[in-house]
Write a protein that binds this ligand. Structure first.
Ligand SMILES: Nc1ncnc2c1ncn2[C@@H]1O[C@H](COP(=O)(O)OP(=O)(O)OP(=O)(O)O)[C@@H](O)[C@H]1O
Ligand SMILES: [Mg+2]
Length: 152
């Protein structure tokens, strides 16, 4: 278990944090992305997905609820649960099937289904600080620790 706080002065810093994390992703990793509307969760996800080599545009899953990206070594699932009206939509949508020991999963708004989600390896909470953002990163597993060990 580790905790880090990082100042993200601008959008590029958020994308770079994503790039940094993406270099250490391992199979089955689960990351929660928390924070108010517009805090930068999708931007961080975009930083991760782009630096894994995805060349298209990384869309917010606000309406689709999930976007999937196929990479050589794993599939990355990007969820946004903001539009859930009840926590058990996680099950009624069949989303629990997507979480397994080989794919990587990012979940925006995990609070919307908190009691039904597995425990994450990493939780990144973004908050506003004037025009910038602060990232508070908590790691709960050894795999999570690996992703953040070279950050400060
Ligand atoms: N470190 C930063 N400093 C300032 N602006 C930032 C920073 N990181 C991201 N932004 C900006 O914040 C805005 C909102 O970002 P984003 O869509 O990623 O938020 P979100 O948390 O996913 O919102 P939602 O809850 O609606 O899904 C974007 O315009 C992005 O450029
Ligand atoms: Mg978003």
């Amino acid at each position: 278990m580790k905790e880090l706080k990082i100042l993200l002065s601008n959008e590029k810093n958020t994308l770079d944090l994503g790039a940094n994390i993406s270099a250490h992703l391992t199979e089955g990793l689960l990351i929660f992305l928390k924070g108010d509307l517009g805090a930068g969760k999708t931007t961080l996800a975009r930083g991760i997905i782009k630096s894994l080599g995805y060349v298209g545009s990384v869309k917010s899953p606000t309406y689709s609820l999930i976007e999937q990206y196929e990479f050589d070594i794993f599939t990355l699932n990007h969820f946004d649960l903001y539009r859930f009206t009840s926590p058990n939509e996680w099950f009624s949508s069949g989303f629990q099937e997507y979480i397994n020991s080989y794919d990587v999963t990012l979940i925006e708004w995990p609070e919307k289904s908190a009691e039904f989600l597995p425990k994450p390896d990493l939780e990144i909470e973004l908050s506003y600080k004037n025009e910038s953002r602060i990232a508070k990163i908590n790691s709960f597993t050894e795999k999570g620790n690996k992703c953040i060990e070279n950050l400060s």
